[in-house]
Design a protein around this ligand. Sequence first.
Ligand code: NAG
Ligand code: NAG
Ligand code: NAG
Length: 374
Amino acid sequence: MKVGLIAALIGSTAALNVWRPQVLQLDVQNDVLDLHKQLVEIPSISNNETAVAEFLVKELERRNYNVLVQNVTQDGTSQNIIAFKGHNYHTKVLLTSHFDTVPPYWPYRREGDYIYGRGSVDAKSCVAAQICAFDELVKNGEINEETDLALLFVVGEEVEGTGMKYANEHLEYKDWDAVIFGEPTESKLGVGHKGYAVAELKAHGVAAHSGYPELGVSATEILIGALHEILSTKLPESDLLGPSTVNIGKISGGVAANVIPSEAHATVTFRIASDPGSIKSLLDKIVQSNDRLEITNEVYIVDPQYLDYEVDGFDTIVLAYSTDIPNLSGEFSRYLYGPGSIHVAHSDNEYVRAHELIESVDGYKRLVLHSLKH
Ligand SMILES: *[C@@H]1O[C@H](CO)[C@@H](O)[C@H](O)[C@H]1NC(C)=O
Ligand SMILES: *[C@@H]1O[C@H](CO)[C@@H](O)[C@H](O)[C@H]1NC(C)=O
Ligand SMILES: *[C@@H]1O[C@H](CO)[C@@H](O)[C@H](O)[C@H]1NC(C)=O
C-alpha cells in the first residue's frame, strides 16, 4: 500500500494519468463500504448461507453480471455463486473467496475506521472488494470484460471446504492462468500456508487394581510414551514456511485413581511446513512399534501450499491457517490476498479497518492486471 500512497500524493502532477480522479475514488469507496455493510448485515453461518447467496445473485445481476448458482447441498441451504460479464467463466483470471462464516452471528457496527461484525474480515471484505475491483477494471476499460475475469464465491469454507470441493468437481473449466484467493492477509501477499494433519491415538491396556500393577497394562503409560516420542521427534522445516509444529489438543484416559487404566486417547494436530509424508511415517512407526496403540481416525493430511507472491508493490506474509486453496485443482498461478488480520477473524470482535477494505479494491485490481500480463 505504500506505493499507492506515494503515487496518490504526487498524483496532482506526474502520476495524473495513472490515478483515478478523486470523485470517482469516493464513489468507489462508498460502493465497497455499502456492499460490505449489506453482506455483513445478512447472517451466513456455514451450512445456512442461502440469504447471502440470494442477495449476491440480485446484486451481481444489478451490476450486469451473468450469474450461475451451484446447489452445493440438495436441501437448498448452501449455494456457490459464479459471475462473469461474457458468456461463461472460461476466462484468464478468477477472483474467488467465501461468504460463509463461523458462528455466532455478530451484527454490523461501524466506529470510525473500525467495522465490526461476523464476516467483516473473514471474508465478506474480500467478496465486496473483489466485486468492486471487477467493476472498476471494466469501468476504466483496463480489461476485456468478457474474456479476462470471472468471480467465484463459495460456501462451507469454514467447515472442510464443502463449497470449493463441490466447485472443483462440477466446474467444467478450470484453465485460468491465475486464481486470486481472498482471505485476510493484512493486505500482503501470502507466500504460502502450512499443511495440516490430525490423528486420534488410542492406547489399549488391561484394567487392574492399582496395588497390583503387574496384573494389568497401563494405557496411559503407553500413550504418554507415544506422545513423548512425537514431541521429541524433529519435524520437517521449510525455508519459506518455517518449522512444522505439533499440538496435543485433547488427552483423556482412565476411570479412577486406584485403577490401572484400560484406555487412553489423545488427539494430535500437526501444522506441516514441508514433507507431509514424514508425518505419516512418524505416526505409522509409532503405531507399529506397539500393538496396544492404534490410530482411530483416517489421518487427514492437507499438503502445505506454496503460492505465487512476487508482485511489485506488495509485502509478503507467511500464514499458519488453512484455506480453500488446496481444494481447487489446476495448473494456474495462485495468489492469496485480502484486507485485515486473521488474528481477529473468528473472535467476538472481528473487524476490518475501513481504509484497508477500500485499499484492497486497488490491491485486487493490481493483482488481476499483474496476472493478465504474466
Ligand atoms: C439460517 O439463517 C437464517 C438467517 O439468515 C435464520 O433465520 C435461520 O434460523 C437459520 N436456520 C438455521 C437452521 O439455523
Ligand atoms: C437448487 O435447489 C433448489 C431447491 O433446493 C431448486 O429449486 C433449484 O432449481 C436448484 N437449482 C439448480 C441449479 O439445481
Ligand atoms: C480438499 O481439501 C481437503 C482438506 O481440506 C483434502 O482432504 C481433499 O483431498 C481436498 N479435495 C480436493 C478435491 O482437492
